[in-house]
Design a protein around this ligand. Structure first.
Ligand SMILES: Cc1cc2nc3c(=O)[nH]c(=O)nc-3n(C[C@H](O)[C@H](O)[C@H](O)COP(=O)(O)OP(=O)(O)OC[C@H]3O[C@@H](n4cnc5c(N)ncnc54)[C@H](O)[C@@H]3O)c2cc1C
Ligand code: FES
Length: 328
């Protein structure tokens, strides 16, 4: 048995055959995660002292990450006592993952390549999640991850924004075959992309493409408990290539949020911001030292935002992201 110590001095035991994540969970300590299969990087953590061995090759970590002693907690097993440069998620409740049936109740075209799909859950399903989490949608033997786009107060209707990936198997189902009342199974909730307690003055939300789904979920949840956020500055930056690809904008009753759409390719007929969302955040001159960032969408946007913001004083623990990497 080895001892694993976190930055906040919490300690747990881990045998040589368990991953750091598995051992933490067994000891009721929750660590940041998403895919639990070495694909998304959500669980990357810096090893401050001690040695680990990987279950499988860590393809999502760069050479630079590896040189700086980053490992994936869902993949790394201990070879000695270990000290990690992370804290756990604290008192957050993560609802147990389960598999439930659902039926399609809405299919609505939003753009040329994005549809909204609403799945109806059985009245007794008691499905609970934290706004921002995702589920696996299962169709026969095909499983793909999709973020829930409405908040946890869902009344047995879960909303999704689904993009048409060229030659994609699940895309082909949703865009060519799906019909009202088709039966699909859901597995979830999954992931740790949800709002954290924050004493920070600013909260920045960044989304590209269907990455607006979990951000919409979080914001709709926030709108219901807006009193706590009245003294904070909130920004939402949504990136798309062209104006016709912007399919959602916030329509919140109570929450005061500055919404800034950003187009990367359109040069004409657009008076708004042009370029990449992460660059436009910097242009707003937000005090990043006093900010939490929630980013969702492509891996490229997330990596580039992270690098840019860390260079501009954002603290490493204040960047939360969900990369829509390939699921299968
Ligand atoms: C945590 C998480 C949440 C997600 N949430 C959403 C969501 O809310 N809405 C949504 O539309 N998608 C979301 N995705 C992506 C989704 O899970 C699938 O990857 C996507 O729908 C494609 O599946 P497919 O079966 O159509 O394509 P596949 O048959 O798996 O692949 C077809 C082609 O598309 C490429 N491809 C597949 N997936 C991706 C990808 N994610 N990025 C780039 N290229 C890809 C493949 O390389 C291949 O060339 C999420 C992924 C993750 C990990
Ligand atoms: S890589 Fe570990 S949770 Fe995704």
């Amino acid at each position: 048995m080895f001892q694993i110590k976190l930055k906040n001095n919490k300690t747990f035991s881990c045998d040589k055959d368990s991953t750091i994540f598995e051992a933490a969970k067994k000891n009721n300590i929750l660590l940041e995660h998403s895919c639990l299969s070495s694909r998304c990087r959500s669980c990357a953590v810096k090893v401050l002292s001690g040695k680990t061995i990987n279950k499988e090759e860590e393809l999502v970590l760069t050479e630079e990450d590896k040189n700086e002693n980053f490992v994936l907690s869902c993949n790394a097993k201990p070879l000695s006592n270990i000290e990690l440069d992370i804290e756990d998620l604290g008192e957050i409740t993560l609802f147990e993952k389960k598999i439930i049936p659902s039926k399609i109740s809405v299919i609505e075209k939003l753009t040329n390549d994005v549809i909204k799909v609403v799945l109806r859950l059985p009245p007794n399903s008691n499905f609970r999640f934290n706004s921002g989490q995702y589920v696996n949608i299962i169709k026969g033997n095909l499983t793909r991850s999709y973020s829930i786009a409405n908040c946890s107060d869902h009344k047995n209707q879960l909303e999704f924004f689904i993009k048409n990936y060229e030659n994609g198997l699940m895309s082909s189902y949703f865009f060519k075959e799906a019909k009202i009342n088709h039966l699909l199974r859901l597995e979830g909730p999954i992931g740790t992309f949800f709002l954290r307690d924050s004493s920070f003055k600013n909260i920045v939300f960044l989304a590209t493409g269907t990455g607006v789904a979990p951000i919409k979920s979080i914001l709709e949840g926030l709108d219901k408990s807006h009193e706590q956020y009245q003294n904070k500055n909130l920004w939402l930056f949504v990136g798309a290539r062209y104006q016709e690809y912007l399919f959602w904008e916030p329509n919140l009753k109570n929450l005061n949020i500055k919404y800034i759409p950003v187009l990367s390719r359109q040069v004409n007929d657009w008076n708004g911001e042009k370029g990449y969302v992460q660059d436009i955040v910097l242009k707003q001159q937000i005090d990043l030292e006093n900010t939490q960032v929630y980013a969702c969408g492509s891996n490229d946007m997330i990596n580039s935002a992270k690098e840019l913001f860390f260079k501009n004083n954002l603290k490493e623990n204040n960047f939360f992201s969900d990369a829509f990497v390939q699921t299968n």
